[in-house]
Design a protein. Structure first.
Length: 273
């Protein structure tokens, strides 16, 4: 399997995705904003369609348009403070409308189908370079603003009172989410990308550890899920994104069952004492 260059490229990009998505996802999940990943994945499809229409690089098109939509979501939060789900619906409608209009017009110069489901066959050296560059940049920025992001994730209003520049950091974070989406889109696809952002974090949260331990476990689950997903999908000849989502759900279910078994065993041990 690894003797093929496209599989080597796919695994390198996959590992970058597996590290990057939980780093973004943990802050989204803690802020109860995990569905932004689904909204921005559809924004990336609109960006891809725009780029393919003008003959540009689809990943760069995805990043630019998704970053714009991320900033738009943050801007609209000022007008819909109590209705965050409504903002996502508005942006989602805009993105899906643009994507469907362009794809159905016949002006898109290449097939956008591979971006819906993910395809290891289409990952090129150029895509790998862009993915690695965006991953390194995103993780670097996350490291710089780590303390502020943690503060905002737990209590945004208190963070603002404490002098944290919440608005600016939220805009920066929106761009980081756009970068994560753009990196992941080629391998896992639009339709299941949000699972890579939320599910490994959800599985790690079942273990009841601190923030840093939860982040580390999220990355571990994410790497395991995507490598297993791509490997098995290769031999089954199915889309890697969909099968990776199935593996991620299975991992989450195992974490939930493991948590319940641990509680039951500890309860019996305490009762026996």
């Amino acid at each position: 399997m690894l003797q093929y260059e496209f599989m080597q490229n796919a695994f390198i990009v996959a590992i970058a995705i597996a590290i990057l998505c939980p780093c973004i996802g943990i802050f989204l999940v803690l802020r109860r904003y995990s569905m932004i990943g689904d909204t921005l994945s559809h924004a990336s499809l609109a960006g891809i369609s725009l780029a393919l229409t003008v003959g540009g690089n689809p990943l760069l098109g995805a990043f630019i348009f998704t970053a714009f939509c991320g900033a738009l979501i943050e801007f609209l939060r000022g007008f819909f403070k109590k209705n965050a789900d409504l903002i996502l619906s508005v942006v989602l409608a805009l993105c899906v409308g643009i994507a469907i209009t362009l794809i159905s017009s016949g002006k898109v110069h290449a097939s956008a189908e591979s971006f819906l489901f993910g395809s290891v066959l289409t990952v090129t050296r150029g895509d790998m370079t862009i993915a690695l560059a965006l991953s390194v940049l995103t993780i670097g920025v996350l490291a710089i603003f780590y303390n502020q992001l943690v503060f905002i994730a737990y209590d945004e209003e208190t963070a603002a009172v404490a002098g944290v520049r919440v608005k600016l950091i939220n805009y920066i974070f929106s761009i980081l989410v756009a970068a994560a989406v753009s990196v992941a889109i080629r391998v896992v696809g639009v339709l299941v990308l949000s699972s890579m952002i939320a599910l490994p974090v959800a599985a790690a949260l079942q273990l009841g550890r601190g923030f840093r331990a939860t982040l580390a476990l999220s990355i571990l689950f994410s790497v395991t899920d995507i490598i297993a997903g791509i490997t098995i999908a290769y031999y089954l000849n199915v889309a890697p994104g969909g099968f990776t989502a199935i593996v991620s759900v299975a991992t989450l279910l195992l974490a939930i069952v493991g948590k319940q078994l641990t509680r039951t065993i500890n309860g019996h041990l305490k009762g026996g004492m």
